[in-house]
Design a protein around this ligand. Sequence first.
Ligand SMILES: NC(=O)c1ccc[n+]([C@@H]2O[C@H](COP(=O)([O-])OP(=O)(O)OC[C@H]3O[C@@H](n4cnc5c(N)ncnc54)[C@H](O)[C@@H]3O)[C@@H](O)[C@H]2O)c1
Length: 426
Amino acid sequence: MPTPASPNRREFLKTSTVAAAGASLVGSLGIARSVHASVDDTLRVGLIGCGGRGTGAASQALNADKNVKLVAMGDAFPDRLQSSLHGLQTEFGKKVDVTPERCFHGFDAYKEVLNSGVDVVILTTPPHFRPIHLKAAVEAGKHIFCEKPVAVDAQGVRSVLETAELAKKKSLNIVSGLCWRYDPPKRETVKRIHDGAIGDVTAIHSTYLTGTLWHHGRKPEWSEMEYQVRNWLYFNWLSGDHINEQHIHSLDKAVWVMNNEPPVSAVGVGGRQVRTGEQWGNIYDHFAIVYEFANGTEVFSSCRQMAGCQDDVSDHVIGTNGSAQLMQNSISGPNKWSYSGPTPNMYQVEHNELFAAIRAGTRIDNSLYMARSTLMAIMGRTAAYTGQKIQWDQMMASKDDLTPPKYEWGAMPVAPVAMPGMTKFV
Ligand SMILES: NC(=O)c1ccc[n+]([C@@H]2O[C@H](COP(=O)([O-])OP(=O)(O)OC[C@H]3O[C@@H](n4cnc5c(N)ncnc54)[C@H](O)[C@@H]3O)[C@@H](O)[C@H]2O)c1
């Protein structure tokens, strides 16, 4: 059973929410900070999705603030949870206060984590579940660290945007795992682009060409649903394909350079050339998409997950008066420059800033760009899957819904691989 918050603690949380709501008026006077000083000011964290990224994010949360504890964990599978818990306990000792009663398994584990007296939740399951978990977390009044991407279809993105409105009313922090935005060298490079160091941006060339990722195989005792959730990368309904799951980092950097404005259209190609076997589910292994923005700027993007090929992850921003190489943190042309400042771990910066905002009663809200970058990825995928040019407004209104008939460990048919020219826009 969850441990209820103590009366003192409830009072603290109530007061700090009021303080947060009024932060725009009182923030500079430090009133929110003084409220925290007199009562138990431990920030209690819950982790939903205890895999590689979730475990990393939990450790960054535990390092971000001197009075923070991990108190509840939820995962679809007990073995994933236990291995994450063991690693965190070994590293953090008493800062990990997750009793067996606060370990939850299955599709509803998130509800129980949210009901365990936590102040902050880390959402790091496969992307399919993000809109559901984000909505529940905001309804429960939690501050949130939310990994990318935030949905796999347009209805999920619309849900995230609605949830973001509620988070705003409740003054809740939403920090996105689109981590390059928290990397000081990228921040400085993009700021210089915005300040005009390369003139007007006319084109961006982005690549995410990389090898293949993990695969957990199949065990006879697993149902088809369990097999898919454990191997979520390869099923469109769970990951949104690798253009959404991985290449979103490049697309988000482009949206950032474009002042968070979304593109108006996308056209492109993609396919499944090497990963053709049943074990690779129904996703593609390469995409090449051209996105067009309202001012005529184009983003030429490509991504590939294939072994034995040349890797290249880069973003070249081309302007009327020079160019920028985002991954090198440098600018070429008349205003030649390269970054030489500090290079802290961007994943740690995300959590440092989240916890500092909670303490200060100020607010970080990354919800608009995380939703837009996700839809940009889904729009590129849809352009490749259908072979059509897709408009932003059309994509935003798409009725495509990848939700399975039920969340149960049993049968789960695999949707056919998309075929350009035959797969229809929905
Ligand atoms: N920002 C980054 O650089 C970065 C890096 C890696 C992963 N990610 C993102 O983090 C998320 C997780 O990726 P990962 O690499 O940790 O994957 P993972 O498979 O290691 O972890 C996912 C965990 O979620 C669990 N899970 C699945 N369905 C669940 C459900 N309905 N409820 C609760 N738990 C559930 C799984 O059992 C697993 O333990 C993805 O969205 C991924 O794109 C971001």
